[in-house]
Design a protein around this ligand. Structure first.
Ligand code: HEC
Length: 118
């Protein structure tokens, strides 16, 4: 008989844990994972924009010193969060609903790592 209340208690505890997971925010993903799933298709493995889609849309080459210098951190952040448009054509959609601010910051760091090494 003692095992039944224990099982019930265990189920309650586990249930609580599970629902905390279900309702809580998704755990943050690291920048590499986000880059691979959201950005790589256009910007390429090493940020060169050398994919089919990247070339078609003219994605910048993040491994070029000139491109890195021209981009301020705030501008990168804004581009990821709010997206990019040319006229009224969306070329890069906003990621505000997919990425948290800390995740976007981590992506800014990751883009910086494509910079040519001196
Ligand atoms: C559909 C293709 C596509 C995807 C997906 C995409 N981008 Fe872009 N991105 C572009 C293109 C094209 C440009 C160049 C826009 C231009 O010429 O103004 C660009 C430009 C940028 C710039 C430069 C912004 C500026 O002001 O010059 C940054 C930074 C950037 N992308 C980061 C990212 C990150 C980080 C992701 C993933 C979260 C991402 N992009 C996903 C196509 C894409």
């Amino acid at each position: 008989m003692r095992t039944i209340p224990f099982a019930v208690a265990l189920a309650l505890v586990l249930g609580g844990v599970m629902s905390a997971f279900a309702t809580g925010e998704a755990p943050p993903k690291d920048a590499k994972t986000n880059y691979a799933s959201l950005c790589k298709g256009c910007h390429g493995e090493s940020g060169k924009g050398d994919t089919k889609l990247g070339q078609m849309l003219k994605a910048p080459d993040f491994s070029a010193a000139k491109v890195q210098e021209a981009l301020k951190d705030e501008r990168i952040f804004k581009a990821i969060k709010e997206g990019l448009k040319k006229g009224d054509k969306v070329i890069m959609k906003p990621y505000a609903d997919k990425l948290t601010d800390p995740e976007i910051k981590a992506l800014v760091e990751l883009l910086r790592s494509f910079k040519p090494k001196p």
